[in-house]
Design a protein. Structure first.
Length: 293
């Protein structure tokens, strides 16, 4: 799958130079990958490989790649996903047409094996207020294209402090939109392969809970957006409930309910505490929804 990911970037129709930096997390780099660019595109292409030098995890690996390159624009692609044709050209055009913008995203399709789901945002931009209210899953990491000046300046690198690396992409979006609205290309530009793959965070309830608590502490703006706060508080309560921390779970469920009685997770936490539903029942529904919490 890694070679397919690399090929999908090398073969983009964008006429400018593209450098693909493959960062290996706790593994030895495959030097043969550097040959993927040869004769694969009529445009200038280079594939380089390196071992991550900032520690384990996807945030550290992405940051290592950012700092090891010098291109004006930086994009990302997980090793088992692909960029679709035209992705790069359309996003470069979107950023060029919005000189103040530092960050662009686009739609994605998720391949579950037996079905494909398309995810598109309904506006030309993603504002900070949108991200407080909603997770905006229509903007995944594979879809990001960012001006280097933003990553090394007002936006910053991917957080290596967020517990367990959970929601690092959401944190990046929140920081980017704090500076300026995110430009959104209303086209499917990436394919995420979910077939046979469960989230790295499935069942890591304490990590999910503490990471969401970190988000609330880092972004006090959530306390002014009742639905957004209720959503995060509900996720924290559900995670602690699944972890077995009943008292902590109910405390967060109460805070979620008081912020917005429409947040369903507060009711699920209460039902778990009363024994009306089981943890396995909750897990089945989370898996069916493709959610971690």
């Amino acid at each position: 799958m890694l070679t397919e990911a690399v090929d999908s970037i090398v073969r983009q129709d964008y006429p400018g130079p593209v450098t693909v930096m493959v960062v290996y997390d706790r593994a030895e780099p495959d030097a043969a990958l550097a040959e993927r660019a040869r004769d694969a595109s009529p445009h200038p292409r280079e594939v380089r490989v390196m071992r991550g030098d900032r520690g384990p995890g996807s945030s550290a690996s992405r940051n290592a790649g950012i700092l090891a390159t010098s291109s004006e624009l930086v994009g990302f692609c997980d090793d088992d996903d692909v960029w679709l044709p035209g992705k790069l050209s359309s996003q470069v055009a979107a950023l060029t047409g919005n000189p103040r913008a530092l960050f662009a995203s686009c739609g994605a399709e998720t391949d579950y094996g037996d079905r494909t789901s398309t995810c598109l945002w309904h506006k030309p931009q993603i504002a900070h207020a949108d991200l407080l209210e909603s997770r905006v899953k229509q903007a995944c990491t594979d879809s990001f294209l960012v001006r280097r000046e933003g990553l090394l300046g007002p936006i910053g690198l991917f957080s290596e402090d967020i517990p367990g690396g959970f929601a690092e992409d959401y944190d990046m979006l929140l920081r980017a939109a704090r500076h300026a609205p995110i430009v959104y290309v209303p086209e499917v530009g990436v394919r995420v392969r979910a077939h046979g793959r469960r989230s790295h965070f499935n069942g890591r309830w304490a990590t999910i809970a503490t990471a969401n608590e970190w988000l609330l502490a880092t972004y006090p703006e959530f306390f002014t957006e009742r639905r957004g706060f209720a959503r995060l508080a509900g996720q924290i309560g559900l995670a602690w409930s699944m972890y077995g921390e009943r008292r902590n779970a109910l405390r967060w469920a109460r805070r979620s309910f008081l912020a917005s009685p429409l947040e369903v997770r507060s009711y699920v936490v209460t039902a778990l505490a009363l024994g009306a539903v089981s943890r396995s029942w909750v897990q089945r529904h989370l898996d069916a929804a493709g959610a971690t919490s």
